[in-house]
Unconditional design. Structure first.
Length: 155
């Protein structure tokens, strides 16, 4: 059985991501990035790594600028905590209304993150977004960015 401290830590980590997607849907990239460590490493589908909270806020602002509105739905959250380190694996169903033409684009993704408790607060130190699929396909997203679930065969 998990002790109360462990359960509280798991809940706190989950709330980091509830807050993160709330800020993303509010189109507040600085607020979303504030949940990341200053030295965080981030990879969002492309295979390229972004280093640092400020760089991520700029990248996120550019990404969000493509959308009139978004709605991110977090599910199947699994958190493991060992001391001041946590690992989170979760699924995201992200619905986007495109700014350019008003169409809906839906992305299915899996996030695999590492958090650390620093100064009593959980912060994201590694954030990886694995694209699973989308509807409709979007020409701007190369097929190789949809790598599926990292520990499962694709196709």
């Amino acid at each position: 059985m998990t002790d109360p401290e462990q359960l509280a830590a798991i809940r706190d980590v989950e709330q980091v991501f509830v807050t993160y997607f709330d800020r993303v849907d509010a189109k507040d990239p600085e607020g979303a990035a504030a949940l990341f460590a200053e030295d965080a490493r981030i990879e969002i589908m492309t295979g390229r790594q972004i280093t640092g909270r400020d760089a991520y806020a700029r990248t996120l602002a550019a990404v969000l600028g493509q959308y009139a509105r978004t709605s991110h739905h977090l599910s199947n959250v699994k958190v493991t905590v060992e001391g001041d380190t946590a690992r989170l694996v979760a699924y995201v169903d992200a619905v986007h209304r495109m700014r350019e033409d008003g169409r809906i684009w839906e992305l299915w993704a899996r996030i695999v993150d590492v958090l650390e408790r620093r100064d009593g607060e959980w912060v994201v130190v590694e954030h990886t977004l694995h694209g699973v699929d989308s509807e409709p396909p979007w020409d701007a997203i190369p097929e190789e960015w949809y790598r599926g679930h990292p520990d499962r065969p694709f196709g």
